[in-house]
Design a protein around this ligand. Structure first.
Ligand code: COA
Length: 340
């Protein structure tokens, strides 16, 4: 059977940097509170008028350059901030990349989106439907945050990350070896944008002005994130037959540094095996895992052949994990700040 192999990684961050100090000047918060409760020092946000597709396209181009390819068979875009409720954003991204005609679709699994998209693309490659794929995670949460909400404004940032997958063999470095995916819709109201969908249309009467903004219940989300990412990491390890002690690195969704530490502690893994870039980019939703991977690759924290577990959790509730051997990639610069 064909396996899919990670052949290149790319990123895109908007130029506008917002530090905790700047946020503290506008909201009732402090640099000390944000750093100590989340591990975040700064985040990047798009300027007005910049859409998710623009970040997604830039990251995808960067990944294609890294993988030395000019075309792929399929484009899968993980996002929960699409350019429009309809149509999907991926076809637009594909066309901008010169891939008009290729199948292209969005995957909506919020912060678990990148792992879900990776699993879908892996399935298309391993069944022979495609021989290569672009998997993009891109979100612009700054466009859906309540400007007066100090909690969500402190946590989220915008960005995009992308990987190119190609068909290959399971024993190659970069091969995706297994997945664990899950969801629990009974927790759907923990992370929501209430208005704008069929239940409460954006054009009709809005029950509460805050309904157009992203909202989350921080504490239960924190607990669920730790539980689900821990259990899902254990499940994927079981599936691929790795012992915990054999894992070199975990790259988890960058939700909150305390969540990452808690997952490492629950797994009884040294915290330094858990890679993080949250201090510099915040929680970038579907972009968070590929941005963290690119950062780690650029810093030399990921080495060819490393046994790596990816794990994500987010709204839905939805979660997922993947296991792979890290590929031998050409060392690149740290995540690119694009001109957006
Ligand atoms: N600055 C200062 N105070 C803040 C603040 C901020 N940016 N954000 C929240 N607070 C306040 C709260 O209003 C609360 O005040 P109160 O006690 O007067 O009501 C206090 O800090 C403590 O809030 P609490 O929710 O207990 O803090 P916490 O330690 O749980 O941290 C989160 C809050 C949101 C950082 C944390 O719950 C979290 O990270 N949750 C998960 C979020 C997440 O990962 N979401 C994405 C899902 S993938």
């Amino acid at each position: 059977m064909n396996r899919s192999v990670l052949a290149g990684i790319g990123t895109s961050l908007p130029t506008r940097l917002v530090t905790n100090v700047e946020l503290s000047a506008r909201l009732d918060t402090t640099d000390e509170w944000i750093r100590s409760r989340t591990g975040i020092r700064q985040r990047y946000v798009v300027p007005p008028g910049t859409a998710t597709s623009e970040l997604a396209t830039a990251a995808a181009r960067d990944a294609m350059v890294a993988a030395e390819v000019t075309a792929v068979d399929v484009v899968v875009l993980a996002t929960s901030t699409p350019d429009h409720p309809c149509p999907a954003t991926a076809p637009d991204v594909a066309s901008r990349l010169g891939l008009t005609g290729a199948p292209a679709f969005d995957v909506a699994a919020v912060c678990a989106g990148f792992v879900y998209a990776l699993a879908v693309a892996d399935g298309l490659i391993s069944t022979g439907v495609a021989t290569s794929a672009l998997v993009i995670g891109a979100d612009t949460f700054s466009t859906i945050l309540d400007p007066t909400d100090r909690t969500t404004r402190a946590i989220f940032g915008d960005g995009a990350g992308a990987v190119v997958l190609r068909a290959g063999a399971g024993d190659e470095p970069g091969a995706l070896l297994g997945f664990d995916l899950g969801s629990d819709g009974t927790g759907h109201d923990l992370i929501t944008v209430r208005a704008g969908g069929s239940r409460q249309r954006g054009s009709g009467p809005i029950v509460d002005a805050a309904d157009v903004y992203f909202a989350m219940l921080g504490k239960p989300v924190f607990m669920q994130a730790v539980l689900r990412m821990t259990e899902s990491s254990q499940a994927v390890l079981k599936r691929v037959g790795w012992e915990l002690s054999e894992v070199d690195r975990i790259v988890a969704h960058q939700a909150n540094l305390r969540i990452l530490h808690a997952v490492a502690d629950q797994l009884e893994l040294p915290r330094d095996k858990m890679l993080t870039n949250i201090d510099r980019v915040g929680n970038t939703v579907a972009a968070s895992i590929p941005l963290a991977l690119a950062d780690a690759e650029a810093r030399g924290a990921l080495r060819a052949g490393d046994r790596v577990v990816l794990t994500g959790f987010g709204g839905g509730l939805a979660w997922g994990s993947a296991a792979l051997r890290w590929p031998d990639l050409d060392r690149r610069d740290p995540p690119m700040i694009s001109s957006l």
